[in-house]
Design a protein around this ligand. Structure first.
Ligand code: PA5
Length: 422
């Protein structure tokens, strides 16, 4: 992975950047030494390297068993949902059905969604992975109650042990009671890893393995990244990213637009939004994370980015290698006037759209950061996950917030529970 912050540096003072990088290194040291707020939630910093081999083998063997079913419903929300979806969608073919499909529930309270899912499952040989660290979150709890009831009706009580797996707290919560009552397989959400940092724990790894993604390589990417991005060095890309976004924030660029040009990364960007939004948006501070999928969104939000309020900067995730070799062929009739593209690959055309966008937005007053990977594979995605996590910790500390709590999430729950008569 490479980072280029030159397109942002022209909007800030080089001396400010150099100065703040030194502080960023101090924040990285504080993360490593566990001396600041949230220090009991830093298990993710060494999770890949320290995960017991038996745990990985258990994940693989349960995933294999679940793969004998047609559909696995993964129930969870927030950090118990977005990481798995991010990685699964990055590798899922766009149009080909998979042998074992993974679908999601518990990430909303829409009656129509659950109802249509229930109808769909009536004719499917299905199982459930239910994920909730607290075991008390309403959305997944409601979805699980409805779908578990259906599973028992469809396949009988005796099949629960083969079809249901829970990922939750080691000792407490409703899901742990369920595990004990039925003797079903379970995994523990580590105490020292918060939801949005948990994708490389069983929370993400089990659904990801069921979907057929190579979790060894995913973890290896993260393990390599643990070394690279914990270097106390001003050239460390995590230090550069955390620093430049904080300088921009203090220059009133308070929105970060993550720009990407392949729809397979849609869910990955949603994961990134949660990671940064929930980690930094507190104490009336924070950079608001948004996204732009090019070229699709150039025909919707592009106008705003080019020409609207100048309070945003962009981070491009660029992918250098094409996956296919599709090119535009010569046409005798040339009705569409596209013969100037003859022999040019679609990936090349997309790259020119990306380059043209960078030039245009930069000219329009948008600071630009570029992150580049060679291709979407497990190692690169594992690396990117760790890169964004560590940079988020450093950035949150630079901002002066605790990047590992989420007190603001409780407000809506309090009102909802009161309205529901809990
Ligand atoms: O990042 C977080 O901590 C949250 O997004 C949680 O993951 C989310 O609220 C779901 O919580 P739980 O796993 O306890 O059901």
């Amino acid at each position: 992975m490479k980072i280029d912050v030159s397109g942002a540096l022209q909007f800030v003072k080089a001396s400010d950047f150099e100065e703040l990088k030194k502080q960023a290194i101090e924040e990285l040291k504080a993360l490593k030494a566990k001396t600041k707020a949230g220090n009991d939630f830093l298990g993710w910093m060494h999770w890949g390297a320290s995960m017991p081999k038996e745990e990985i083998e258990k994940i693989k063997s349960i995933a294999k068993r679940l793969q004998s079913l047609e559909t696995i419903v993964v129930i969870g929300i927030g950090g118990s949902y977005l990481g798995a979806k991010a990685v699964i969608d990055a590798f899922k073919p766009y149009f080909t059905a998979q042998k074992t499909e993974v679908v999601f529930a518990g990430q909303n309270l829409d009656e129509v969604y659950i109802n249509e899912l229930k109808d769909y499952l009536k004719n499917r040989n299905f199982g459930i992975i239910v994920i909730s660290k607290s075991g008390t979150t309403l959305e997944p709890a409601v979805a699980f109650r409805l779908l578990f009831e259906q599973l028992v009706q469809q396949f009988g009580e005796a099949s629960i042990k083969d079809r249901v797996v829970a990922i939750t707290d080691e000792n407490k919560g409703a899901l742990r009671s369920l595990v004990n009552a039925y003797g079903i397989d379970s995994f523990v959400v580590p105490d020292d890893v918060g939801g949005r940092y948990s994708v490389l724990t069983p929370v993400g790894l089990l659904p990801i393995a069921v979907a057929g993604v190579d979790i060894d390589n995913l973890l290896q990417g993260a393990i390599d990244a643990e070394v690279l991005y914990q270097k106390e060095d001003i050239n460390n890309p995590a230090i550069q990213y955390a620093t430049i976004r904080n300088i921009l924030y203090h220059k009133s660029y308070t929105n970060e637009v993550m720009v990407y040009s392949v729809p397979k990364l849609n869910a990955f960007i949603e994961w990134w939004k949660q990671l940064y939004g929930e980690s930094e948006g507190k104490d009336h501070k924070g950079i608001f994370p948004v996204s732009l999928n090019i070229t699709t969104d150039l025909h919707s939000l592009g106008q705003f980015v080019q020409d609207g309020t100048r309070n945003l900067f962009e981070t491009f995730i660029r992918i250098s290698e094409p996956k296919t070799k599709l090119q535009v062929n010569h046409s005798e009739a040339n009705y569409d006037g596209l013969n100037y593209l003859t022999g040019k690959g679609l990936h090349y055309i997309n790259k020119q759209a990306e380059k043209g966008t960078i030039q245009a937005h930069s000219g329009g007053g948008v600071p630009i950061i570029e992150i580049e990977i060679d291709k979407i594979d497990e190692k690169n995605i594992g690396e990117l996950i760790f890169f964004f996590e560590i940079a988020c910790g450093i950035s949150g500390y630079l901002l002066g917030v605790n990047p590992f709590d989420q007190p603001g999430v409780e407000a809506y729950k309090k009102n909802m529970f009161s309205l529901l008569g809990k």
